[in-house]
Design a protein around this ligand. Structure first.
Ligand code: FAD
Ligand code: 2HG
Ligand code: ZN
Length: 468
C-alpha cells in the first residue's frame, strides 16, 4: 500500500491524496454507513482519472467513486477494511460546451446539479433534473444512480436526459461515447450500461445532456384530499386539462407534512384543519403566464366541483411557490431529525398506488402498534418513499433491528404488484441483498456476467448493487 500511495501522490500531487481527516468522505448523508478509506484520491481531469484507475488496477486497490455524497443507499461509502480508495470527482467540474441550437450541454462529472440548471437558464434553456439534493449532488452521481426527482412526470429520469457519456473503464481505458445525437442506432447503446450502474462498471467522467425550452410561466398549488385514490383521479384530471404542461405531482401523507412542521417550525399551516393526504402540483409553459393560469385554474375548479379535492392553495408569487415546495423538499431532512427510519423507495404501476397503500398500511399497524409510516413521493411516477418511522417508545437502534421484518412486510406487497424495490435511489449497500430476494436469478446472473466482463478484478465499488 505504501508503494501505491507513493505512486498516486506522484501522479496527483500530495494535496490531492488525502489520508487524514477523511470523515466527510467516510460517512453517507444519512449517517447510516461509515467506512474507513485507504485514501481519498482527487484527480483533476479524465487523464488523471484514467491514470489513477490504472494504478489501482496494477496494485489491486478497490475504488469507491464518490460525487456529492448525497446518495441514500451507502453506494459512495467504502467498507471498513481500510483497503478501498475513495475516488472523489469534485475537481472534474468544467463545462466543456453548450450548444443551444442542438439543445445540449457537455459537462464533466463533478459539476454540481444546481450550477448546470443555472447555466441552462442563462441560455434560456431548461435542464429539468431537479431534486432536494441539487445544491450538492453532482451530475456524475445523478447519472450513476439514474436519479429521478420531481419532474420525471414530464421529462423522464436521468437516463432520458443523457445523450452521451465518457467513461473510464476498470482497466483505465477511456471509453468515448460523448455523442450529441438524438438518433444513433449503431449497435448496443453502451451508455445505458453505465447509467444507473452505481460506480460498479466504470467511472463516469463527462456527459452530453439534453436541454429543453425554458419555461417562462409556472403555476404551483397544494391540494388537500382524503385518499390516494382521489389523488390518482386528480392526476388524470390535471393531465387531461394541461397535457404536457403538467410537470410535477407529489403526494404527501399528513404525517409527512406534520413532521416537516415539527422540525421546520416556520413552515406555514396551509389548511385550517389537517387532511389525510395532500398533493403538490406544478405546471409550466414556455408561453405566457395568463394562458397557463387559466388552464390551471380551470383544472382545479373542475377538481373541486367533482369533489376530488377538499381544498387548494395556489401560489400567487414565486416566493409562495418556493414556500410550498419547501414543505415537500424538507420531508427527508425532517425524518433525519426525527431519528433514522426504515426507508423504502418503491415503484408500482401508477394505477396500483392506492391499492398498494391500502394493503400495506394495515399490515404495518398490525405488526407494530404505534408505528409511524411517513408516506410521500412522486405519485405521477408510481414512486413512493414509504419510510417507516419507529413507534413511540422505541429507540432508533432497536427499530433498526426490525429492518428485515419491515422490509418483508412492505416489499412482499410491492412484489405482488409487479413493482420495484428501488425506484430511483439505487441499491448501494442498503438494498443489494434484495436483488436475491426479488429479482429473477437469471436477471441477476446476466448482471454478474456484465460485471465480470468489464471488471474481472472486481475492483469497481465492490459489493455495491450486486451482493457478494
Ligand atoms: P454520490 O452519493 O456521491 O454517489 C452515488 C452513487 O454513484 C455511488 O454508488 C457512487 O459510487 C456512484 N458515483 C458517484 N459519482 C460517480 C461517477 N462520476 N462515476 C461513477 N459512479 C459514481 N434521488 C432521487 O433519485 N430523487 C430525489 O428526489 C432525491 N432527493 C434527494 C433529497 C435529498 C435531501 C437527498 C440528501 C438525496 C436525494 N436523492 C434523490 C438521492 C441523491 O441525491 C441522488 O441519488 C444523487 O443522484 C446522488 O448524487 P451524488 O453526486 O451525491 O452521488
Ligand atoms: C425525495 O423524493 C427523495 O424527497 C428522498 O428521493 C426520499 O428521504 C427519502 O426517503
Ligand atoms: Zn424521491
Amino acid at each position: 500500500m505504501n508503494e501505491f500511495l507513493a505512486n498516486v501522490r506522484a501522479l496527483l500531487g500530495d494535496a490531492h491524496v488525502l489520508t487524514a481527516d477523511l470523515a466527510a468522505y467516510a460517512t453517507d448523508w444519512r449517517g447510516k454507513f461509515t467506512g474507513q478509506p485507504l485514501a481519498v484520491l482527487r484527480p483533476a481531469d479524465t487523464a488523471q482519472v484514467a491514470a489513477t484507475v490504472k494504478l489501482c488496477a496494477a496494485h489491486g486497490v478497490a475504488i469507491v467513486p464518490q460525487g456529492g455524497n448525497t446518495g441514500m443507499c451507502g453506494g459512495a461509502t467504502p467498507d471498513g477494511s481500510g483497503t478501498q480508495a475513495v475516488l472523489s470527482l469534485g475537481r472534474l467540474n468544467r463545462v466543456r460546451g453548450i450548444d443551444p441550437l442542438n439543445n445540449t450541454l457537455t459537462v464533466e462529472a463533478g459539476c454540481v446539479l444546481r450550477t448546470l440548471q443555472a447555466l441552462a437558464a442563462a441560455h434560456d434553456r431548461l435542464f429539468p433534473l431537479s431534486l432536494g439534493a441539487e445544491g450538492s449532488c453532482q451530475i456524475g452521481g445523478n447519472i450513476a444512480t439514474n436519479a429521478g426527482g420531481v419532474q420525471v412526470l414530464r421529462y423522464g429520469n436521468t437516463r432520458d436526459l443523457v445523450l452521451g457519456l465518457e467513461v473510464v473503464l476498470p482497466d483505465g481505458q477511456v471509453l468515448n461515447l460523448l455523442r450529441a445525437l438524438r438518433k444513433d442506432n449503431t449497435g448496443y447503446d453502451l451508455k445505458h450500461l453505465f447509467i444507473g450502474s452505481e460506480g460498479t462498471l466504470g467511472i463516469i467522467t463527462a456527459a452530453v445532456l439534453k436541454l429543453f425550452p425554458a419555461p417562462h410561466a409556472n403555476a404551483v398549488a397544494f391540494a388537500a384530499l382524503q385518499t390516494p385514490q382521489q389523488a390518482l383521479q386528480l392526476l388524470g384530471l390535471m393531465r387531461g386539462h394541461l397535457g404536457d404542461r403538467f410537470t410535477a405531482f407529489e403526494l404527501m401523507s399528513q404525517a409527512s407534512v406534520a413532521m416537516v412542521r415539527e422540525y421546520f417550525p416556520a413552515t406555514p399551516a396551509l389548511f385550517a384543519a389537517p387532511h389525510p393526504w395532500q398533493v403538490l402540483m406544478q405546471a409550466s409553459d414556455a408561453a405566457g403566464q395568463e394562458a397557463l393560469d387559466a388552464g390551471f385554474q380551470a383544472a382545479l375548479e373542475d377538481a373541486l366541483a367533482q369533489g376530488v379535492i377538499d381544498d387548494v392553495v395556489v401560489a400567487t408569487s414565486e416566493a409562495q411557490a418556493h414556500a410550498l415546495w419547501a414543505v415537500r423538499e424538507n420531508i427527508s431532512e425532517a425524518q433525519q431529525h426525527d431519528g433514522s427510519n426504515i426507508k423504502h423507495d418503491i415503484a408500482v404501476p401508477v394505477s396500483s398506488v392506492p391499492g398498494f397503500v391500502e394493503e400495506v398500511l394495515p399490515l404495518l399497524h398490525a405488526a407494530y402498534a404505534g408505528v409511524r409510516p411517513v408516506v410521500y413521493g412522486h405519485l405521477g411516477d408510481g414512486n413512493l418513499h414509504f419510510n417507516v418511522s419507529r413507534p413511540a417508545g422505541w429507540t432508533t437502534p432497536d427499530w433498526q433491528l426490525q429492518t428485515d421484518r419491515v422490509n418483508a412486510i412492505v416489499l412482499d406487497v410491492v412484489a405482488r404488484y409487479g413493482g420495484s424495490f428501488s425506484a430511483e435511489h439505487g441499491l448501494g449497500q442498503l438494498k443489494a441483498h434484495e436483488m436475491l430476494l426479488y429479482k429473477a436469478p437469471l436477471e441477476v446472473d446476466v448482471m454478474r456476467r456484465i460485471k465480470q466482463a468489464l471488471d474481472p478484478q472486481g475492483l469497481m465499488n465492490p459489493r455495491k448493487l450486486l451482493p457478494a
